[in-house]
Design a protein around this ligand. Structure first.
Ligand code: HAM
Length: 435
């Protein structure tokens, strides 16, 4: 009889597991992010991973790559609701802020983190499930808050030791200014229609701004000469943009004005910015954001200004790796407990619990076969755990109501201690070795 091999089931393409070897790096990043948000008075807000599809259609805009092509949308089988796995955090957060009336008492500074989903072609730095950290300041109209959120980003890159991050900024002005620019663009491209490639001819009819994104080298000269939005900004928009730049300069934040910077989401006005690096290949934007004054009203709330940004956590961790600023992996535990099964296991388990109650991270050896294992193989595990000390409870020791305490990282010294005194001996040893 031929045995049929059971097929294994793989994860979904573009959606990654976080493996134990990388977990400490994520925890480190999360700690830094928590400290950063506290330092600036931002409060945490968590929204569900699934929202009504309309949240993103209306929030991000129907004619965007995200909404047109990249959303994981489905119909709820039970009640027919149209639902979507969130592709970003801003629209969902604004939905929650409106629904919970959070701006009732005035402006709010908020932050969030979690998985986002976009059906893009996976490659280095681009995944179908990825994680964002984002901050959103709602209810503030002035350029001071634009500058504040950018300072937060710069502080974060410094804190994480990231190298080679550049801030690029632009102003998208207001809707009427963009309309005038768009009309000028259409005229310009129509006048130069013979130089347009097939893709751009199509874009001219649907969304002429997208021609500016063309990667076709033959189109670059034409694009270079196209009218720039910055030249269409009115006095107020320019004053806001200049004030942001002045505040950044006063805080020694270098910034490159990129008149071609447009964002892939439709809710922005005035200031938009991205932090980019050349170190990560094609997916070099580690974070992006800007002001989105029209969004709250567009989502059904009382009109209020807002701005924020979000970063890709995978990309930031990758850049930390390139910048060699990832923290060293911490040991698994402080103490590893070895035993010979039976009564020695019982004694070991009691001691391990006592150590943990005192805040000492402890791993108790568990034999894979459910019985026992040689001290030699247990000691290999103890060494690999990175523990500073091993507590060894053999049958001989147990008879004498003792355990052996072995230094695993320093001198290798081993000595007998009374079972009742293991906790005190371990504390003394740990304090002694940290002095
Ligand atoms: P976004 O530019 O679409 O903006 O995404 C922000 C960041 O998320 C990107 O700069 C990138 O680092 C990361 N990211 C985006 N897509 C992927 C992907 N497929 N794989 C890995 N990382 C990715 C927003 O989402 C806005 N909500 C930002 C914002 C907040 N604007 C105002 N407030």
């Amino acid at each position: 009889m031929t045995e049929k091999k059971i097929q294994k089931i793989n994860g979904v393409r573009g959606m990654n597991d976080l493996l134990p070897a990388d977990a400490a790096q994520w925890t480190h990043l999360e700690h830094v992010l928590r400290d950063l948000t506290r330092a600036y008075g931002y409060e945490f807000l968590r929204t569900p991973i699934v929202e009504a599809t309309a949240v993103f259609q209306r929030g991000i805009g129907e004619v965007t790559d995200i909404v047109e092509k990249e959303m994981y949308s489905f119909e709820d089988r039970l009640n027919g609701e149209q639902l979507t796995l969130r592709p970003e955090g801003t629209a969902a957060l604004v939905r929650s802020v409106i629904e919970n009336n959070l701006l009732y008492e005035g402006p709010k500074r908020l932050w969030y983190t979690g998985p986002m989903f976009r059906h893009e072609r996976p490659q280095r730095g681009r995944y179908r499930q990825f994680h964002q950290f984002g901050i959103e300041a709602l209810g503030f109209a002035g350029p001071d808050i634009d500058a504040e959120i950018i300072l937060m980003g710069q502080r974060l890159w410094d804190e994480l030791g990231l190298k080679g991050v550049r801030l690029e900024m632009n102003s998208l002005g207001q809707a009427d200014e963009r309309a005038q620019h768009r009309a000028a663009l259409v005229t310009y491209f129509e006048q130069n229609a013979s130089q347009l490639d097939e893709d751009s001819e199509r874009r001219l009819l649907i969304n002429p701004l997208r021609i500016l994104d063309s990667k076709n080298p033959a189109m670059q000269e034409l694009i270079e000469g196209a009218p720039k939005l910055l030249d269409f900004l009115g006095e107020e928009s320019l004053a806001h943009f200049n004030a942001v730049q002045d505040l950044l300069k006063a805080n020694n934040i270098p910034c490159k004005i990129n008149p071609r910077l447009v964002r892939g989401l439709d809710y922005y006005n005035l200031t938009v910015f991205e932090w980019v690096t050349e170190e990560l290949g094609a997916q070099g934007t580690i974070a992006g954001g800007g002001r989105y004054d029209p969004l709250i009203e567009r989502m059904g709330g009382k009109a209020a200004p807002a701005c924020g940004w979000a970063m890709g956590m995978e990309r930031v961790l990758e850049l930390m790796k390139v910048s060699k600023s990832l923290p060293e992996a911490a040991p698994l535990c402080d103490v590893f407990v070895l035993h010979q099964g039976g009564e020695t296991l019982t004694a070991g388990m009691i001691i391990a619990e006592r150590l943990r109650s005192a805040g000492i991270d402890t791993v108790l050896f568990c034999p894979p076969d459910g019985h026992s294992a040689s001290f030699k193989s247990q000691m290999k595990k103890a060494d690999a755990s990175g523990a500073a000390y091993a507590v060894i409870i053999g049958l001989d020791e147990l008879v004498k109501n003792e355990a052996q305490l072995k230094d695993l990282r320093g001198t290798g010294e081993q000595r007998a201690v009374p079972l009742e005194g293991v906790l005190e001996a371990v504390i003394d040893a740990l304090v002694g070795s940290s002095e």
